[in-house]
Design a protein around this ligand. Structure first.
Ligand code: DOR
Length: 426
């Protein structure tokens, strides 16, 4: 029989308010939330926030196919260290997540690792080629709730319209990577004065915004629900704000790196800063932040994109886009200093749980009878990233030398600690 655990001395943040309370867990469930509790195992949470485990809508776990960069197990461990209890696995694996066999494999590997719930997303189109729809009904029957070709956007508007019609019938959500490919050929960084000075091919904001605009209009005529991945520009936020005002079933995410890092970093020609969409301007960051504060943006998602050192050491034009995110997300977001703690919990747990369709088990209040998927973090702790000590198999983090604020101390998944005092438990 499992021992009872008490998380002691923290501040519980719940949707209906905050309270100083201990939390007792037994057999995978929260059984009591009150002061002065005791249990067989005590976990100290003094000075910490106790809240529901984070849910990442956007993690590239690379398995199957690129286990050299990450496996489901190493990605899950990185997630647990970042306070996550659920990760949506992106579909650009090899083979891609466009069949029930691959979806089942990803889910099973997640269960085998046993550190977070791994929620496979499904491709919108076969092999993410943008030509033929994936077997969405079959995948939905196998439990897929979020469909995306992430890594590329669906270019063909007619195919996207059809995908949305199916999605509406199936009651699933399409998550779009907004990028009009004709506008980004060979591009490595945001199109700006700085990119002209550096002689680097520019990635214009309009490449994102045109697809945001197109898909908002497709949602308007189909009524299907749509989630926008990693939005990065001012105008994208404005378009989503207006679409929400019209009552359209649209949600949107931003990444920590698009909130924290700007285009000028590319002047180092260091591929660690190459990401898709590219790092943008300080003005874009202000707009993304305002979008979070007024509820236009629903979630912060990592776009955790591990790449082997060999790949990221290529020249800027050859290196693949992407950076690590799971272990640093909270510290990067809190270091921005723009958001209230409950705001951050909403963006990293409550809202993404809803978008991923996992509200029965994640993003729940800390209350008796609820599943014990819990994150305990110190909101003020300053820390630095040591790339050698990351749980991820890759090291492509841009935050070396940055002072991050707020660190996950403990993570509990299904009643079992996966992280205690910042240390992974298995
Ligand atoms: O930077 C990125 N990397 N953006 C994406 O959309 C894909 C991802 C990857 O798979 O590496």
């Amino acid at each position: 029989m499992s021992k009872s655990i008490v998380i002691k001395g923290g501040t519980v943040i719940n949707p209906d308010g905050d309270a100083r309370a201990d939390v007792r867990i037994e057999r995978g469930q929260i059984v009591e939330v009150a002061t002065s509790l005791s249990g067989e195992i005590q976990i100290d949470a003094s000075g910490c926030v106790v809240t529901s485990g984070f849910v990442d809508l956007h993690a590239h776990l690379r398995e199957p196919g690129k286990e050299e960069a990450e496996t489901i197990e190493t990605g899950s461990r990185a997630g647990a260290l970042g306070g996550y209890t659920a990760l949506v696995a992106m579909p650009n694996t090899d083979p891609p997540q466009d069949s029930v066999a691959v979806i089942d494999f990803v889910r099973e590997q997640g269960k085998r690792a046993g550190l977070v719930d791994v929620i496979p997303s499904g491709c919108i189109t076969l092999a993410r080629k943008g030509e033929t729809l994936a077997p969405m009904a079959e995948l939905a029957k196998a439990g897929v709730r979020l469909f995306t070709d992430d890594g590329t956007g669906v270019q063909d508007a007619s195919l996207m319209r059809r995908a949305l019609e199916y999605a509406r019938g199936l009651g699933v959500t399409l998550a779009q990577h907004c990028e009009v490919a004709e506008l980004t050929k060979g591009a490595v960084m945001n199109e700006c004065q700085c990119c002209t000075d550096l002689g680097l091919p520019g990635w214009p904001s309009i490449a994102e915004e045109l697809m945001v605009f197109r898909d908002i209009e497709l949602v308007r005529i189909t009524g299907a629900s749509m989630h926008f991945l990693h939005l990065s520009t001012r105008r994208s936020v404005e378009l989503v704000r207006a679409a929400k005002r019209d009552g359209l079933p649209i949600t949107a995410e931003v990444t920590p790196h698009h909130l924290a890092l700007t285009e000028e970093l590319l002047s180092s020609y260091n591929p660690v800063y190459k990401v898709n969409p590219p790092l943008r301007s300080a003005d874009d960051i202000r707009a993304l932040t305002a979008g979070i504060l007024d509820g236009t943006i629903d979630a912060i998602a990592t776009d955790h994109a591990p790449h082997p050192r060999r790949d990221k050491e290529m020249s800027l034009d050859m290196a693949p886009p992407g950076m690590l995110g799971l272990e640093t997300a909270l510290g990067v977001v809190l270091a921005q200093g723009s958001f209230e703690l409950r705001n951050v919990v909403a963006l990293m747990s409550w809202n993404p749980a809803r978008i991923a369709g996992v509200t029965k088990t994640h993003g729940r209040p800390i209350a008796p009878g609820e599943p014990a998927n819990i994150c305990v973090f110190d909101p003020d702790l300053r820390w630095n990233v040591d790339p050698e000590r990351l749980a991820s198999k890759s090291m492509n983090t841009p935050y070396v030398g940055h002072s991050l604020r707020g660190r996950v101390r403990h993570t509990i998944f299904k009643g079992t600690p996966t992280v205690i005092d910042g240390q992974a438990q298995k």
